[in-house]
Ligand binder design. Structure first.
Ligand code: AMP
Length: 615
């Protein structure tokens, strides 16, 4: 494997730097760990207590950002500027999140339904990548201050079910935070490594990882063979976790002790007391506390009755995962518990009973994923000589998309051989030819990457923009030969090309490309955001024109003039360099045309019912 180390301070490329940290970037909490004397060490707060950094970001102003505990109190006093659960937004479009946005105190843009979401804070628009980068910067700062040195390489964990877009978003967030992300690792894989499972080549095992956190539940079934971890099934509930158990206690107490909640902050106080009870009951059999002047109490057996339905739900997910994996519970060799809520004895017992074996809970369930990420990082750093590293591709491979953007199809550090396909469409009506530029590198704009090849897919039957289904498939074989196949799926037209990405490039050059991608991460991402805003703006201007043409029969002259004016303002903004102004104008045009679009639909339906054709 090509192993390159970069010193970001001096900019030099070093052959020897074996520190790579492991990061658990969680929905509620995040952690960073590193390896010392072959053991994972979790980086803790200044008092040396908790390693958990709450995944919270508060924008006091556009330039003053607080992360972690410092942001917590603002969840209540300034919810519109306090971001939580950003992990749920990574790699998602508005239509993916439509049922969820009402639960957030901050504003998610509702316009570009199929593109990646943006979050509005004041007059600035952020991507989940930029927000996650703030959390990663905080973790980087923590580990740097503990070790008194620069840290610029990391392994970051993600849930096993994360798709390509979510993984790429996580990589981009790392890069923006100044971290070279050597690998994205599945959380259950990291948890297994923390327990030493899969560390030796001879290990051949089937492992279940039960992860019950604050807000989510995941079960993953892994098959480990020859040092390779394969996720064979996952299941879970993205809205089930410790918070729901707290709520169950709150409802129970409200009924039992006839509690009156008069304000949101009183509700918060009661919720915190319920969480205190829950945590206490993991160690003792009874809890007594109070809410204002009212004493409240709960026994462990009462608590178990309350949470039974929720834990039963997690077990149904386990059964479904086992069914997908075509396994029975006896064929699982190891069961690993992850997430703060697995400290509850009832949870441990229920899971242990189902799998018919004791569960692994020797490590702190909040820390095992970060610890495992640090172990994976140490393996990648080449510090564990006994472990062979697999062949990987050292630089990302992708194609040019509208606006000169690089769309990565095979991310760097992917094990070879491998094959990935992605679908695209056209942006112009009647487009017959499509130029496919194949690039290598880590920068967001293809102009800064290395061009490997270019070819044209011709003879696409003329169709309106957005209708053709163009599949681009990248197949990288064990000899490092890349085959790119472009196919229009509706007509079957296809074209392909072969290239050798490593031809004519040495380690030094690769190191320089990696270094550039981190050094320029901030400006690259700004340029990318601007290019994306321009693409979106151009599409809006085009559809506004089409909308006027198709509906001029009933639109009033004032409405037409207003759409034209808003579209012109948007066109003017596209010529300038501010993505926020473009976004604001998109919003304005969208706000004006959305009710008209609904009306257009009604007019069309009414017309169709009368049997008239409307053009
Ligand atoms: P995580 O998302 O993995 O950090 O899990 C946090 C969840 O674990 C929260 O719902 C906490 O209330 C819960 N938790 C933490 N400690 C305990 C404990 N001792 N017993 C029960 N639940 C706990």
């Amino acid at each position: 494997m090509a192993k390159i180390a970069i010193d970001l301070k001096s900019g030099s490329i070093k052959k020897e730097d074996n520190l790579i940290v492991g990061i658990d970037l969680g929905t509620t909490n995040s952690l960073v760990a590193y390896i010392q004397d072959e053991q994972p060490v979790i980086v803790r707060d200044a008092e040396g207590r908790s390693g958990l950094v709450p995944s919270l970001i508060y924008f006091a102003s556009d330039t003053e950002v607080m992360v972690g505990d410092a942001a917590r109190s603002h969840l209540v006093d300034d919810p519109g500027r306090t971001i939580f659960s950003v992990k749920r937004l990574m790699g998602k479009s508005f239509s993916d999140l439509v049922d969820y946005t009402h639960q957030l105190g901050y504003q998610i843009l509702q316009d570009d339904k199929d593109r990646l979401v943006k979050i509005r804070i004041g007059d600035t628009f952020y991507t989940p990548i930029e927000l996650s980068a703030h959390i990663l910067r905080e973790l980087k700062k923590r580990v740097e201050s503990e070790l008194d040195r620069t840290v610029d390489k990391a392994v970051i964990t993600v849930p096993a079910y994360f798709n390509d877009a979510q993984r790429q978003a996580t990589r981009d967030a790392g890069r923006l935070a100044g971290l070279d992300v050597l690998r994205i690792v599945n959380e259950p894989t990291a948890a297994s490594l923390a327990y030493g499972i899969g560390l030796s080549r001879e290990d051949s095992k089937t492992v279940a990882v039960y992860d019950l956190g604050g807000g989510t539940f995941d079960i993953s079934i892994l098959r480990i063979e020859d040092g390779v971890f394969e996720v064979i099934a996952t299941n879970g509930d993205t809205f089930l976790g410790g918070d729901d158990l707290d709520q169950a206690i709150v409802s129970h107490w409200k009924d039992q002790f006839e509690l009156q909640i008069n304000s949101a902050s009183e509700g918060q106080v009661l919720r915190l007391e319920a969480e205190r009870a829950k945590k206490a009951l993991s160690a003792s059999l009874d809890f007594s506390g109070h809410f204002g002047s009212v004493p409240v109490s709960l026994s462990r057996s009462e608590f178990e009755v309350l949470i039974q339905p929720m834990i039963a739900k997690t077990m149904i997910c386990c059964q479904a995962a086992m069914k997908d994996a075509r396994l029975d519970p006896q064929s699982i060799n190891e069961v690993i518990m992850v997430g703060g809520s697995t400290r509850i004895p009832y949870v441990k017992n229920t899971v242990s009973q189902y799998f018919g074996r004791p569960v692994h809970c020797e490590f702190d369930p909040d820390e095992v994923v970060a610890a495992g990420a640090a172990i994976q990082a140490d393996i990648l750093a080449g510090n564990r000589k006994d472990l062979l590293l697999l062949d990987i591709t050292p630089l990302s491979l992708g194609i040019e998309t509208v606006g000169g953007l690089m769309d990565v199809i095979i991310p760097r550090n992917t094990k070879v051989p491998c094959g990935y396909a992605r679908q695209y469409t056209t942006s112009v009506d009647g487009q017959k030819n499509l130029k496919i530029g194949v690039f290598q590198g880590e920068r967001d704009l293809v102009a800064n990457n290395r061009k490997l090849a270019e070819f044209i897919l011709s003879d696409i039957p003329p169709m309106p923009a957005g209708i053709p289904k163009l599949e681009i498939r990248f197949q990288l074989n064990a000899d490092g030969i890349l085959q790119v196949v472009a196919k229009e799926l509706r007509s079957g037209t296809s074209q392909s090309i072969m290239v050798k990405p490593q031809y004519g490039i040495d380690e030094e050059e690769m190191g320089r490309m990696l270094l550039d991608s981190i050094r320029h991460a901030e400006e690259d991402m700004q340029q990318k955001a601007l290019a994306e805003a321009r693409n979106e703006g151009n599409m809006m201007v085009q559809s506004a024109g089409k909308f006027i043409l198709q509906n001029k029969a009933w639109l009033s002259p004032e409405e037409v003039a207003q759409i034209e004016d808003l579209a012109l303002q948007l066109s003017n903004a596209i010529e300038e360099d501010s993505k926020d102004i473009i976004q604001t104008r998109i919003e304005s045009l969208n706000a004006f045309t959305t009710p008209l679009a609904h009306k257009a639909l009604e007019v069309h339906v009414a017309g169709a019912m009368k049997g008239q054709a409307i053009k």
